[in-house]
Design a protein around this ligand. Structure first.
Ligand code: SF4
Length: 358
């Protein structure tokens, strides 16, 4: 059955079938086919993105997120410019090829101007040698254009759940948390020319296998070229925490996330897929398993260590006391253990982006 599914066009029912596999051998077979697909289309090199968690100030109130504005117990911070530039130089010197500047969502003029300034300063400090990905939420088309023209080449905006009904259960019902605006923002990013990424959470309360199968079809069709998706992890200071007893056990959420990665690799063979920190949070070998299921991107956290514990999206984030220099050699070993090689000094543009000729 599985070979038949994988050799043919993978449709909704077949995706659901693959997501519901329970037999260990069939699951390993799925991961092996996903790995082979990756190796055939884009090779076994893993791209590194140095992640800078620039600020946890956020104007929104997503029900699943530990740094939501409503969490008065979150200690708010902003990494200063020198520290951002030091982190960017570290990425450059260690041949990471690219960085991700991530923050909570703000659309005030001061924040927008500051990100604009940082893009320029990072390029100046690193001789334009790094690709910059922004992950700063929904902004106007004008802001997205400004940042693109200043040299941010990639943008990550996770849809989190492609089913509008489920999205509404995860967010307050107001215009600041509109599903339609989120979709519009994704389309705008793609039209401007960003290498655009999205992603979903896996194992959410209220989520069904139909939702996950539809998430994969959404990702296949929506024109993105990068994906970061991983298991949902609960946080005590969030409204969704009250549903924690209804969640799948952590190992099942990890397994489902790995199946999602593997199936997506079959659907979009040359897309960039991250093996996320959330996987490692629920399973110490989670990121290696993600690579073994067909992922090809790892995001070492290069945020200055004093801030890391406060970018507290979910509970149990690993490596909070590790300096960026500790991460480098650890990640190299982990990537090799997964049978892959580190793509040092490679920007790691998504091959799907070039092929689409955007
Ligand atoms: S998920 Fe993003 S936008 Fe929503 S509260 Fe968290 S940081 Fe803010």
């Amino acid at each position: 059955m599985m070979n038949k599914v994988i050799n043919g066009k993978v449709d909704f029912e077949q995706i659901k079938h693959l997501l519901s596999l329970q037999d260990r051998e069939e699951i390993s077979n799925l991961f092996a086919i996903a790995r082979e697909t990756r190796d055939t289309h884009i090779g076994n090199k893993v791209y590194l993105r140095g992640l800078i968690e620039y600020s946890n100030h956020c104007s929104k109130n997503c029900y699943y997120c530990g740094i939501r504005a409503g969490n008065k117990n979150a200690f708010r911070y902003e990494v200063n410019d020198n520290e951002v530039l030091e982190a960017a130089k570290f990425a450059c010197e260690n041949r990471y090829g690219s960085i991700v500047l991530q923050s909570g969502e703000r659309s005030d003029k001061k924040f927008i101007a500051h990100i604009s300034e940082l893009i320029q300063k990072i390029h100046d400090a690193t001789n334009n040698s790094l690709r910059i990905t922004l992950s700063c939420g929904e902004q106007s088309e004008e802001v997205y254009r400004t940042w693109y023209e200043l040299g941010a080449q990639r943008y990550l905006l996770r849809i989190e759940a492609s089913n509008p009904g489920l999205y509404k259960k995860l967010h307050p019902d107001n215009k600041n948390h509109s599903y339609e605006r989120r979709l519009e923002a994704l389309k705008t990013l793609i039209n401007i020319g960003y290498q655009t990424g999205t992603g979903v959470m896996i194992g959410l309360p209220f989520q069904t296998l139909d939702d996950l199968a539809n998430d994969l079809i959404f990702i296949r069709n929506c024109g993105v070229v990068m994906i970061g998706m991983g298991p949902y992890i609960e946080h005590a200071e969030t409204p969704l925490f009250k549903y924690r007893d209804e969640l799948l056990p952590p190992e099942k959420r990890v397994e489902l996330s790995l199946k999602m990665i593997a199936i997506l690799r079959l659907l979009r063979p040359s897309i960039n897929i991250a093996s996320t920190t959330a996987l490692q949070t629920l399973d110490p070998m989670g990121r290696e398993k993600g690579l073994r299921a067909g992922a090809n991107v790892i995001m070492p956290n290069i945020t200055p260590v004093q801030y890391k514990k406060n970018y507290d999206l979910y509970e149990g984030k690993p490596c909070l006391n590790d300096e960026p220099s500790d991460c480098g050699s650890c990640i190299e070993k982990r990537i090799e253990m997964a049978g892959c090689e580190v793509a040092y000094g490679d920007w790691g543009d998504s091959k799907a982006y070039h092929r689409a000729g955007i």
